[in-house]
Structures are given as structure tokens and as C-alpha cells.
Design a protein around this ligand. Structure first.
Ligand code: HEC
Length: 180
């Protein structure tokens, strides 16, 4: 009897302890498995890529490092060329010119490119009227196009376009800056 009691006593306490540990573990697992806290980020009202147009920037905000906006070629007329007309810039400008401009303005920029036969003829870029234009006006022509010439802003950075202006100035006979 006393042996039974001795045996039953600790084993009942042990069973109670196991039971409570088990219940605690079950409660923890049950709480951990509740779906709502693990997936609430999933079901939030998210905008997936390409499902909505980008949000417009707040009114009157200006991106860091931005230039004043230019609306058309006349607006660009007074812009100053920020890229020094050195050999490297002219080389970059020549490469872009050969990709994008010679079809109309000719390999040398003197007009009579192959497309000019089917299109309002593109002028010789050494025409005095064009030489006398401001750098900004040439930049504006590349950016916005002319009366017949299409705009060439797509895929060209601002500096790319100034490199083209520098190249056009060089083919018009203007010397490089810095004497190089
Ligand atoms: C599809 C043919 C075509 C291409 C390509 C083209 N142009 Fe022109 N460009 C013209 C025509 C036509 C004119 C003259 C009429 C006008 O103003 O549109 C012209 C005029 C110009 C003028 C003189 C603008 C003025 O009013 O004095 C410049 C400078 C010029 N182009 C530079 C470029 C440069 C630089 C490129 C390459 C980025 C280029 N063009 C590519 C057709 C073209």
C-alpha cells in the first residue's frame, strides 16, 4: 500500500507535469499555426508590378539634380553647353551621329543622306544659318526635332545630346576647347 502510494505519488505528479508541458506545447503550436498573423502581409492591398501606372510626383516637386524643364526648341535656345568640347566628347558625339543622323544628314553631315531622297531633304549642317544657331538651339533640335526632322531624345542622355552638338560644331569647323 505504502509502496503503491510511493509509486503512484511521483508518477501522478510526473504525469501532471507531462500533461501540462504537452498542453503548453500544443497551445504554442496552435498559436504558431494560426494563419492570420503569418499571412497578413500576403493579403495586404499590394500593387503588383505593371498593374498600375507609376504614381505622379507631388505637385511642384523637383527631382534631385534636375535641370530646369524645357518645353520646346525655343525654350532650349539659351541653354549653355555644359560638356567641354574636347576630343573625347566629339568622339562620343560622332559615334551617335553615325548611328542616328547620317541616314538623312549624310555621312559627313553635308546633307544628301540616303533617306533624304524620300523625305524633306536634310540640310548640310555647315549652312551659315545653322552655324549661327546657338548651342542650345541645336540641342533643342535633337531633343524636340525640327519642322520635318523627328526628335532624337529617346535613349540619349542629356550629355549624349551635348556630345552630338559638340560634334556638329566640330564638323562646322569650330576648334576643340583646350586646343586638343
Ligand atoms: C529623318 C531624317 C533626319 C534625321 C535622322 C535627322 N535629321 Fe536633322 N534635319 C532633318 C530635316 C529634314 C531638317 C530641316 C528641316 C527641319 O527643321 O526639320 C533637319 C534639320 C537639322 C538641323 C538644323 C535645324 C535648324 O532649324 O537650323 C540640325 C542642327 C539637325 N537637323 C541635326 C540633326 C542631328 C544632330 C541628327 C541626329 C541626332 C539629325 N539631325 C537627324 C532631317 C533629319
Amino acid at each position: 500500500m505504502s509502496r503503491d502510494h510511493d509509486r503512484a505519488g511521483p508518477s501522478r505528479a510526473l504525469r501532471a507535469e507531462r500533461l501540462s508541458i504537452g498542453l503548453l506545447a500544443f497551445a504554442l503550436v496552435a498559436v504558431a499555426c494560426r494563419n492570420d498573423w503569418r499571412t497578413d502581409m500576403w493579403y495586404q492591398p499590394a500593387i503588383q508590378p505593371q498593374t498600375a501606372p507609376p504614381r505622379p510626383e507631388p505637385e511642384d516637386s523637383v527631382p534631385l539634380g534636375a535641370e530646369p524643364p524645357i518645353a520646346d526648341r525655343d525654350d532650349a535656345e539659351s541653354l549653355k553647353d555644359p560638356v567641354p568640347r574636347d576630343a573625347a566628347s566629339v568622339r562620343r558625339g560622332a559615334a551617335i551621329f553615325h548611328e542616328r543622323c547620317i541616314c538623312c544628314h549624310g555621312a559627313e553631315g553635308y546633307g544628301k543622306g540616303p533617306v533624304s531622297r524620300f523625305f524633306p531633304p536634310a540640310p548640310d549642317l555647315r549652312f551659315p544659318a545653322i552655324v549661327q544657331r546657338s548651342d542650345g538651339y541645336l540641342f533643342g533640335t535633337i531633343t524636340f526635332g525640327g519642322r520635318a526632322m523627328p526628335p532624337y531624345v529617346d535613349g540619349l542622355t542629356r550629355n549624349d545630346r551635348w556630345d552630338i552638338v559638340n560634334f556638329v560644331r566640330t564638323l562646322q569647323g569650330r576648334p576643340l576647347e583646350g586646343g586638343r
